[in-house]
Design a protein. Structure first.
Length: 94
């Protein structure tokens, strides 16, 4: 079965490969690409215009990508999980 490619609406879990970033932001983080708000699944949304989202789009689980922020040095993250919206409880919290 082919690996799922990251696209809008998918939940993506990443692992920071830069130790300094990992210590500041957590070693792994999960995002829902696109949309707004926070969901019962605990996912926060990631705007598609962010450098992180742009780097993740079109990539697959297991890929390592470089994120080039608007300021600061580029850093690398590894995609550890990609899920379709149908696999998640995406009811928004208030």
């Amino acid at each position: 079965m082919p690996k799922l490619k990251v696209k809008e609406g998918h939940a993506v879990t990443i692992e920071h490969l830069n130790r300094q970033k990992a210590e500041k932001h957590g070693f792994s983080k999960a995002f829902l690409l696109g949309g707004t708000g926070v969901y019962k699944s605990g996912l926060c949304t990631l705007n598609l215009e962010t450098p992180m989202a742009k780097a993740l789009l079109g990539q697959s689980e297991g890929d390592t990508v470089e994120v080039t922020p608007g300021h600061g040095k580029p850093y690398r993250v590894k995609i550890v999980d990609v899920r379709e919206p149908s696999d998640l409880e995406l009811e928004r919290t208030l």
